[in-house]
Design a protein around this ligand. Structure first.
Ligand code: SAM
Length: 292
């Protein structure tokens, strides 16, 4: 491997050489500590034959290490200045760079396109913080099999994933990831190992897919969960009747599932949402199809 990109000296050198100074609008904070990228890559990739998809390689601090651990890394970057840097500075035939806003990527299509038969798929990223939630929704809602997602995010956002029902941070994403995944903390990361240094600390989390639940129409289940959280201060009944545009039906559905209409969505566990869905599956699928 050429010398580590994840140091302050190399980062500044590369920024000068290619005139790629950080853009705040793209959430650019580069890792400048080789032990951090080493640990993320080691957690993300357990087998060199796994396809590793990275979101936001930047100048390649983490990408370089991912290419050491996997023979096939596909990196999606939005900033058009970066592919040249990555090609020259990493120069690995393990790396494929795609210049594209990840929010416009069809994750299922991407996996189908790059995955070889029998190959496992993992995602790794030091996420652009301004779009952490939409990126994770995209990954959790994918249908193609994913082994694990290892991502760095702001510490307080990370805490949401570790929160129980009723905690302030509990939201639709909390329910949806639990439907799909188990989650564990890989490590805390200090704000001082980034250039430029952000105002908050970070955490690396790993989501592994448990394959416990398999609704035929998962999109309808995800829609139900999101609908119940639209207005957090309102009751689950209020949110559900807004989504269904039918007060009576909303009451009946909650009654069938044994959920008090006065509850708020954040007081409901994954099991409550699953009971609500299963007790009313065909009506909810019809309602979802009507509005989409
Ligand atoms: N991986 C590098 C590292 O760890 O040093 C950079 C991480 S930086 C926090 C986030 C990266 O995501 C930046 O390179 C940024 O340009 C890129 N990015 C931001 N929005 C993106 C998007 N919508 N799609 C793909 N990449 C994006």
């Amino acid at each position: 491997m050429s010398s580590a990109i994840a140091t302050i000296r190399r980062t500044k050198e590369i920024q000068e050489k290619y005139q790629v100074f950080t853009k705040k609008t793209y959430g650019q904070n580069f890792i400048i500590e080789p032990r951090v990228v080493e640990k993320i890559a080691a957690a993300a990739i357990s087998d060199e034959n796994q396809l590793c998809i990275e979101i936001g390689p930047g100048i390649g601090a983490l990408t370089q290490m991912l290419c050491e651990k996997s023979k096939h890394v596909v990196a999606y970057e939005i900033d058009k200045r970066m592919p040249e840097v990555l090609r020259n500075e990493i120069a690995s035939d393990h790396l494929e760079i795609i210049l594209q806003d990840f929010l416009t990527v069809d994750v299922d299509q991407a996996i189908a396109q790059f995955r070889q038969p029998g190959q496992g798929v993992v995602f790794a990223s030091n996420l652009p913080y301004y779009i952490t939630t939409p990126i994770l929704f995209k990954l959790f809602e994918a249908k193609e099999p994913i082994d694990a997602i290892t991502v760095m995010m702001q510490k307080e956002v990370g805490q949401r994933f570790l929160a129980q029902a009723s905690a302030k941070e509990y939201n639709a994403l909390s329910v949806i990831w639990q439907y799909k995944c188990d989650c564990k903390k890989v490590m805390d990361v200090s704000r001082h190992v980034f250039w430029p240094s952000p105002r908050v600390d970070s955490v690396v989390l790993q989501f592994t897919f448990h394959h416990k639940y398999h609704y035929a129409n998962e999109a309808a289940f995800f829609w139900l969960v999101k609908s119940c959280f639209v207005q957090r201060r309102k009751t689950i009944y209020n949110n559900l009747q807004n989504a269904l545009k039918d007060k009576e039906l909303a009451l009946q559905m909650l009654e069938k599932a044994g959920i008090a209409p006065s509850k708020r969505a954040q007081q409901c566990q994954l099991e409550d949402f699953m009971r609500l869905f299963e007790a009313n599956e065909s009506s909810l699928i019809a309602a979802y199809q009507n509005q989409s």
